[in-house]
Design a binder for this molecule. Structure first.
Ligand code: CO
Length: 202
C-alpha cells in the first residue's frame, strides 16, 4: 500500500479514532487522564516491527523505546531515561527487549564495508559478535545473521538488567522481569529467548 500525502494519513487517523470511539466513546478521554502501562518495550525501529500491533495491545498499555537493532548502550541517556521513567514512575512490571530475524542493523554490522555515521552505532553489534565469537565460528553466513539477532537480544537483556535503574529496583524488591523476545517478520510470531527477574545475578 502506497499513500500519497499527509492528507491520506489524517484521513486514516480520523477513521481509526472514530472506530475506537464507536466501541468505547470515553476511550480517549479516560486515557488522556493517565497512563498505567505494565510493559516497557525496547525494540528495533524497523517499520515491520510495531510494538503495540505485534502484541495486540491498545494505546496506553505499552511504553515504547525503539532504535536501530534494539540496542541498550550503557551510557545512552535517551534509552536510560526511558527505562528510568518506566521503572520508577510508571512502575512497569515487565521490560521486553524485542529483536527480530533479518534485522538490517545486524546485517550491516556483519558487513565489512562502510555505512557512514551509523557504523558508530553498529560498533555495539560488532561487540556482541566479538563476545560470542565461539558460538558463531561454525555457523553458515545466513544462519549467522539470525543467530546474531538472538545473541544481540540476550546481550541487551543483560545490559538492561545491569543498569543502575533495574539493579536498584530489584534491590528494593520490585517485581520487575526483563524478557528477551525475538520476532519473525516472515510469519508474525514472537518467541521467548530468556527472562531475568533478578533472582540470580547476571
Ligand atoms: Co531491525
Amino acid at each position: 500500500m502506497k499513500l500519497n500525502s499527509i492528507k491520506d494519513l489524517i484521513k486514516r487517523n480520523r477513521d481509526w479514532a472514530n472506530g475506537i470511539k464507536k466501541d468505547d466513546p470515553d476511550f480517549f478521554l479516560t486515557l488522556s487522564k493517565q497512563q498505567t502501562p505494565d510493559y516497557l518495550w525496547i525494540g528495533c525501529s524497523d517499520s515491520r516491527v510495531p510494538a503495540n500491533q505485534i502484541i495486540n495491545l491498545p494505546p496506553g498499555e505499552v511504553f515504547v523505546h525503539r532504535n536501530i537493532a534494539n540496542v541498550v548502550v550503557h551510557s545512552d541517556l535517551n534509552c536510560l531515561s526511558v527505562i528510568q521513567y518506566a521503572v520508577e514512575v510508571l512502575k512497569v512490571k515487565h521490560i521486553i527487549v524485542c529483536g527480530h530475524y533479518g534485522c538490517g542493523g545486524i546485517k550491516a554490522a556483519l558487513e565489512d564495508r562502510s555505512h557512514g555515521l551509523i557504523d558508530n552505532w553498529l560498533r555495539h553489534i560488532k561487540d556482541v559478535k566479538r563476545f560470542n565469537a565461539d558460538k558463531l565460528l561454525n555457523t553458515a553466513h545466513d544462519e549467522k545473521i539470525d543467530l546474531m539477532c538472538e545473541l544481540n537480544v540476550l546481550e541487551q537483556v543483560n545490559n538492561v538488567s545491569n543498569t543502575t535503574i533495574v539493579q536498584d529496583a530489584w534491590e528494593k524488591g520490585a517485581h520487575l522481569t526483563v524478557h528477551g523476545l525475538i520476532y519473525n517478520i516472515e510469519n508474525g510470531i514472537l518467541k521467548e529467548l530468556t527472562e531475568n527477574s533478578g533472582v540470580t545475578k547476571v
